[in-house]
Design a protein around this ligand. Structure first.
Ligand code: C5P
Length: 305
């Protein structure tokens, strides 16, 4: 068999956003023989997130700074470097040799918090490669599931209904940027433990998403009121402060409020940025040790920049 000629390319470089991923709704609809669960989820991304800086180097290197850098591995235990290995393999199969890079991660999102974090970082690395080599995008997307169930949706990076284990994505036709507050009480929730504590695994899927998407917050909130996060009850038993975060945000007039992913981060949607900022200030004042961010969702169709 002929192997493609290897093309040595200029190193990757640039700054890549790794936005927080929010599960507005998350239904667990089944369980596979390998123990993984089928999901049906409405996913959006936020303006707040980690940042990945990529620069040419003489050898691969990962450095990390930021409020949540402490304790993160800088070796192959980090998803960013595992994503680089995946990207090298995919690139090499297509005849492209990725030159060594210095990756510098600004870690702004809390760890093990149900909003993507590590998956978003790995996806940002894959996006850096896909931006430089668009012909690799499809293969990178295919291979990204092996890095984690959230990585494909973070690589696509668009508001979508996501199913399968997390790799099937149907983009939302319409969703405006929405004012949002994210609150994390600081308790890391283990995703496998949250899944293991589920009372049922054969729950109903999401109600049909309107083909035209959602024109405004009120329509979205009415839809979300008919949905669930099936991991919220198990996560609540692992991190009871989730309940307090929900109560505080509801008391501040959130149009909709719920836990994201396997927790413990809670999101709240507000009519205006002003209301979101006021609510964030109030929660932060009440619980100074918690991570609180007033942000916006990325509108449907926008990719992370
Ligand atoms: O894929 P990821 O590493 O993010 O998943 C972490 C854990 O969450 C898995 O080991 C599995 O226990 C659980 N999980 C699952 N079904 C999914 C996604 C995650 O059971 N679709």
């Amino acid at each position: 068999m002929d192997h493609p000629a290897i093309e040595r390319v200029a190193a990757l470089s640039g700054r890549f956003a790794a936005p927080a991923k929010i599960n507005l709704a998350l239904h667990v609809t089944g369980r596979r023989e390998n123990g993984y669960h089928d999901l049906d989820s409405l996913v959006v991304f936020a303006e707040v997130g980690d940042l990945l800086h990529v620069a040419p180097s003489t050898a691969d290197r990962l450095t990390i700074e930021g409020p949540f850098a402490a304790g993160l591995p800088t070796d192959r235990g980090n998803l960013v470097l595992r994503a680089l290995d995946t990207a090298r393999r995919v690139a090499r199969a297509a005849g492209v040799d990725l030159a060594p890079v210095h990756l510098h991660l600004d870690k702004r999102l809390p760890l093990a918090s149900g909003i993507g974090g590590g998956s978003a970082d790995g996806a940002a690395l894959l996006r850096a490669v896909a931006d430089r080599h668009p012909a690799l995008r499809d293969a990178l997307l295919r291979e990204s599931l092996a890095l984690g169930a959230d990585v494909p949706m973070c690589l696509t990076g668009r508001a979508a209904r996501v199913s399968g284990l997390g790799e099937v994505s149907a983009p939302l036709a319409r969703l405006p940027a929405l004012a949002m507050v994210l609150v994390n009480c600081g308790t890391a929730v283990s995703t496998p433990l949250a899944f293991a504590a589920l009372a049922r695994r054969d729950n109903a899927p999401l109600p049909p998403v309107p083909p035209g998407g959602f024109a405004e917050l009120r329509a979205l909130a009415a839809y979300l009121a008919r949905t669930r996060n099936d991991l919220e009850a198990p996560a609540l038993s692992l991190a009871p402060a989730i309940g307090e975060a929900v109560s505080l945000l509801r008391a501040r007039g959130a149009a909709f409020c719920r836990m994201s992913g396997s927790g413990a981060t809670v999101f709240a949607l507000f009519e205006t940025s002003r209301e979101a900022e006021d609510a964030a200030r109030a929660v932060a004042g009440h619980r100074p040790g918690w991570w609180v961010a007033a942000t916006k969702t990325l509108p449907a169709g926008d990719e992370p920049r």
